[in-house]
Design a protein around this ligand. Structure first.
Ligand code: VGL
Ligand code: ZN
Length: 211
């Protein structure tokens, strides 16, 4: 069984970077790593958190404070500051990211009634995005994943990739977490490992690019 790899970049968008609406601490540090990784893959896909205004995950839509947890149509939902609103600057990929190299972009979180941390499906696991079918069409069986945030969108994308049968490598130094609790990212990494992810440092990611 040959390895057919793709690089999957998670939510490297302005709102998750320094100064952004939902800034992930040290989030900017993943950008140069992602750019270096992009030089090693023929297939590069990316997710983009892409919410309509007044999305159900926004605290402002419920007259609540950010980081409270509510029940959103039957699912626990952390309430976030307004972020990654469709078409806004904050929703764009980081300026420094070499985004012209991206072959396919999967937008998620577009349904106002449910959040979507995973690039593959909404948080209720009900509606699939186009990500799995896109990867299947490209015969991809192995994913190298990095981006933001380790304890939310990276984690749930990794878990969903594993359940869909992909071999998954987490590029650990290419991720940063929200860490509302100081060890959330570490716990997320343990959870991903228990589910079968393999941890790799960016320096150890092979160059898969056809010469
Ligand atoms: C994310 C919280 C809300 C993420 C997206 O990209 O990890 N986190 N929306
Ligand atoms: Zn979001």
């Amino acid at each position: 069984m040959s390895i057919r790899p793709a690089l999957l970049l998670i939510d490297i968008q302005h709102d998750f970077l320094e100064g952004g609406a939902l800034a992930v601490p040290f989030g900017n540090e993943v950008i140069p790593i992602a750019n270096t990784m992009m030089e090693r893959f023929d297939t590069i896909v990316a997710t983009q958190d892409w919410h309509p205004p007044a999305h159900g995950s926004f605290a402002s839509a419920h007259q609540r404070l950010p980081y409270e947890v509510i029940d959103l149509h039957g699912l626990p939902q952390v309430l976030w500051p307004d972020h990654c609103v469709q078409g806004s600057f904050g929703a764009q990929f980081a300026t420094a990211l070499h985004s012209t190299q991206i072959d396919h972009i999967t937008q998620k979180g577009t349904d106002p009634t449910v959040d979507s941390y995973s690039g593959f499906a909404d948080n209720g696991g009900r509606i699939e995005t186009d990500l799995h079918q896109t990867l299947q069409a490209k015969n991809i069986n192995t994913l190298y994943i990095c981006g933001l945030a380790t304890d939310y969108c990276v984690k749930f994308t990794v878990l969903d990739a594993l359940t869909r049968g992909y071999t998954v490598f987490l590029i650990v130094d290419g991720c940063r977490g929200v860490n509302q609790q100081f060890n959330d990212s570490q716990e997320a990494i343990f959870e991903m490992e228990r589910a079968g992810v393999q941890l790799i440092a960016s320096v150890d990611v092979p160059n898969y690019k056809a010469t």
